[in-house]
Structure formats: structure tokens, C-alpha cells
Design a protein. Structure first.
Length: 298
């Protein structure tokens, strides 16, 4: 039997000489390691095709370079090594490399009062770029929280005052009567509307970080908002959550400003673009605010 050489189309000259900004693969299944856990991820990996004469890149070389992410905890130095391997395996035809990893970070969160805890997922994208010797990492993190409308709270308080006037007109106030009234449904004749909301954080990290500060950023964002959605909940936790909402009444503008201040203080962040989305229960549409810091608008 004749030994046949396998045809290699990628090394042929392109009929139409044209460099390409990005060529690669999207949606590669990849188990990654982070925070001692194995996470199910999808990766997009690619390089620029600077040599317009070259027919194609070598996809298998990028694919195989990703194997490193199976074995080592996700970190900027590991991502940099992977990208360097992308470029080293495409000598003379590629000068830029990128990888995006989409996963759900799974964190165990304690209840507000009871000794319970439960799991919460945070959708995360880790994106790394290498161009010449310039390397940077960006993170996208979705943080869910609760927001209670401050305007609705004020309007509700007014209705409660009106109810109080109606119920106690021309009567001498007795402490016990007022206390009983406050504990009845009349004492909360109107309630403000709240909504499940989402903070979409897009952050550019400082160069030369050794670790991905994902958990610290989530903790900072949740502390700034004060109303993180809960996991395991007993009545004591629900009451504490009601108090947290009442003490942190928020328009979407308030949420964006709180996050802006918190993330500017957080170490390791070079620039950010925040978008908060309040899935209004008053409206059938969302209330949205955005804030940027050091962020170049394309
Ligand atoms: N460049 C490119 N390759 C593709 C595409 N779709 C599928 N492939 C296949 O990806 C496979 C891997 O490509 P290479 O990495 O060049 O494979 P190879 O030539 O065996 O590997 P090397 O010897 O390292 O070059 C090939 O069989 C290609 O046909 C595409 O759209 N572009």
C-alpha cells in the first residue's frame, strides 16, 4: 500500500490575499479549574491572520494549547502562557491572540441570620488578549441583587400616613392602639415595588496580576449594593432581607453610582464599564443605568 501524504490546505496560498482580524473556534467545551472547583466552561480561541497570503490558521494547535487550562487554576499567568503558545504555533502569520472563557462560578453563600448556606451561580466571562508583548485580561461578571424603588417607598409611606389619619382621627392616641395598628395590614396599606436586578460588570484588570480577583469583586459589588439575592432562607433571613431592602432603596442610578465607587476602590481593576438592569415590576420594561471609568469607548 502506498503511504499517502495528507493534503494540508491551511498551508496553501490564499486565492484572495487578505489579512483577517480574528480566526479561531467558538464554543469549545472545556473543564476549567477555579477556586478548587472544576467548572464546565466554553472557550472561544483565536488569532489574527496577518499574512493575507496564508490560506488558513492551524486550528488544532490552538485547540491543543487550551489543554493547559484543564490542569492549572485559571489565572492571568496561565492565560498568558496559553496565548503565547497560540502565537508561537503560528510563526510569521499571527501577531495577536485571544481567548474567552465562559463559565458559571458557583459560590456557597451564607444566609443573613440563620446558620444556613446555599449555592449561587454567577455567569462569568474571562477574556485574555496578547498582542506583541502586550497582555491584558478582562472580566465580565453578572451579579444579581434586589432593588426596591425609593419613589414607590415614599408614595407608600404617604398612603400609610393617610390611613393613620383616617383610623386615628378625633381619638386620643394610646401606645397600645398604635402598636396594634402598626402590626396590622392597615399599618402597611401600601408596599413599594421591588425587582430582581442584575449588575453586569465589565472590568479590565491591572497588568501582572497573579490571580483572578473574581470572588473579591463579587463580594465588593454585593457589599456595595447591600441586597444580594439569597440562597437558603428561613423567616429570620427573610426579615433581615426586608430590612436590607428598606435600608437600601435604589433607583438604577443609585445602584450604578454605588458600584462605581466600590469598584474604583477595589484593588486590581484598571478600568470598568458597569451596566445595571432593574427588571421593573412597575413597568413591563427595564430601568437601566451605565457607568464607565477609564473605559475607552470604541
Ligand atoms: N483553518 C481552518 N481549518 C479548519 C476549518 N474548518 C475545519 N478545519 C480543520 O481543522 C483541522 C486542523 O487544522 P490544522 O491545525 O492545520 O491540522 P494539521 O495540519 O493536521 O496540524 P499541523 O500539522 O499542526 O498543521 C484541519 O483538518 C482543518 O481542515 C476552517 O474553517 N479553517
Amino acid at each position: 500500500m502506498n503511504a499517502l501524504t495528507l493534503p494540508d490546505i491551511a498551508v496553501q496560498a490564499s486565492r484572495q490575499a487578505l489579512p483577517l482580524e480574528w480566526v479561531g473556534m467558538c464554543g469549545i467545551a472545556l473543564p476549567v479549574l477555579f477556586d478548587g472547583q472544576r467548572l464546565v466552561a466554553k472557550a472561544d480561541a483565536g488569532v489574527s491572520l496577518d499574512d493575507g497570503e496564508a490560506r488558513g490558521i492551524h486550528m488544532s494547535r490552538l485547540y491543543l494549547a487550551l489543554e493547559q487550562l484543564e490542569q492549572e487554576t485559571l489565572s492571568p499567568p496561565v492565560l498568558r502562557r496559553v496565548l503565547q503558545r497560540f502565537l508561537d504555533s503560528h510563526p510569521g502569520i499571527s501577531s495577536r491572540a485571544s481567548v474567552k472563557i465562559h463559565t458559571d462560578l458557583l459560590l456557597k453563600r451564607p444566609a443573613l441570620i440563620s446558620p444556613l448556606a446555599g449555592w449561587k451561580t454567577y455567569p462569568v466571562t474571562i477574556e485574555a488578549h496578547l498582542k506583541n508583548a502586550m497582555f491584558h485580561v478582562e472580566l465580565k461578571i453578572d451579579v444579581p441583587y434586589s432593588s426596591t424603588c425609593p419613589c414607590s417607598a415614599a408614595l407608600s409611606r404617604q398612603l400609610i400616613q393617610q390611613q393613620f389619619i383616617t383610623d386615628f382621627a378625633n381619638t386620643s392616641l394610646q401606645h397600645a392602639d398604635v402598636l396594634a395598628w402598626l402590626g396590622s395590614t392597615k399599618g402597611i396599606v401600601a408596599t413599594p415595588h421591588s425587582q430582581r436586578s442584575i449588575a453586569q460588570l465589565h472590568l479590565r484588570l491591572d497588568d501582572f496580576l497573579d490571580e483572578l480577583p473574581l470572588i473579591a469583586i463579587i463580594n465588593d459589588a454585593e457589599a456595595a449594593l447591600g441586597t444580594a439575592v439569597q440562597t437558603a432562607v428561613k423567616r429570620a433571613d427573610e426579615q433581615a432581607f426586608a430590612l436590607a431592602n428598606g435600608q437600601n432603596l435604589m433607583f438604577c442610578e443609585d445602584a450604578a453610582r454605588r458600584l462605581n465607587q466600590a469598584l474604583k476602590r477595589a484593588p486590581g481593576i484598571n478600568a470598568f464599564h458597569i451596566r445595571v438592569v432593574h427588571a421593573e415590576s412597575l413597568h413591563a420594561h427595564d430601568a437601566v443605568a451605565e457607568s464607565r471609568w477609564n473605559w475607552e469607548v470604541a
